[in-house]
Design a protein around this ligand. Structure first.
Ligand SMILES: O=C(O)c1ccccc1NCC(=O)[C@H](O)[C@H](O)COP(=O)(O)O
Length: 213
């Protein structure tokens, strides 16, 4: 199976087109206003409409209310909801049931015990994303260009499809995949030329490096 790739934080046509052309499996739209990568729902819908088919459109949320989810889903044709906050398994289950979309839960990993949450979420989510724990007091719960120890994932049986994230770049993604034995990867900062500004060339390089060609 080819490694799955998600390009997160798409905000402009150049990035969207590059991700589609390079064969990304997922593109992420950040619906978290404090993020420099936040995108307005109308803009996300327009970017999505540039391509029929192609990658799964992922909406990234941080502890969203039902009203916020409903408003965005009314505008943007999302195929997957990414929960990147402090959502509990019960909240993830409720979102999945109410909105009828698959859910990917992001878990911050710094030590082996952080993976214990997998057992709690596995029955109620469709995918996992394993990211570095955010810096204490930092403004963002993700997208911080920070890696965690990839070796923590090696040899783990994760009962759902999963993506490795955190500090990945075109230069380190192949080693990260080998070390973590990751079936998929997610990137944001590592394909940016400035914070929040994606670089189409880096998006291409990242996907080529991840897939080993
Ligand atoms: O990217 C953001 O701005 C963001 C804001 C709030 C919550 C999560 C966020 N990003 C989550 C992602 O899926 C990132 O791609 C992932 O954390 C990896 O980011 P990076 O280390 O920058 O590649």
């Amino acid at each position: 199976m080819p490694v799955e790739v998600k390009i997160c934080g798409i905000r402009d046509a150049g990035a969207m087109d590059a991700a589609v052309a390079a064969g990304a499996d997922f593109v992420g739209f950040v619906f978290f206003p404090p993020s420099p990568r936040a995108v307005a729902p109308g803009d996300a819908a327009a970017l999505s409409a540039r391509h029929a088919g192609g990658p799964v459109r992922v909406g990234l949320f941080v502890d969203p209310t039902d009203d916020a989810l409903a408003a965005i889903l009314a505008e943007v044709p999302l195929g997957l909801i990414q929960l990147h906050g402090e959502e509990t398994p019960a909240r993830a289950a409720a979102i999945r049931a109410r909105f009828g979309l698959p859910v990917m839960k992001a878990l911050g990993i710094a030590a082996p015990e952080d993976l214990a949450a997998v057992d709690d979420f596995a029955p109620v989510v469709d995918r996992f994303l394993f990211d570095a724990k955010p810096p204490p007091g930092g403004p963002l719960p993700g997208g911080n260009a920070q890696s965690f120890e990839w070796q923590l994932m090696a040899g783990r049986t994760i009962p759902k499809p999963w993506l490795l994230a955190g500090g990945l770049t075109p230069a380190n993604v192949a080693e990260a995949i080998r070390t973590a034995r990751a079936p998929g990867v997610d990137v944001s900062s590592g394909v940016e030329r400035a914070r929040g500004v994606k670089d189409p060339g880096l998006i291409r390089d990242f996907i080529v490096s991840a897939r080993g060609r």
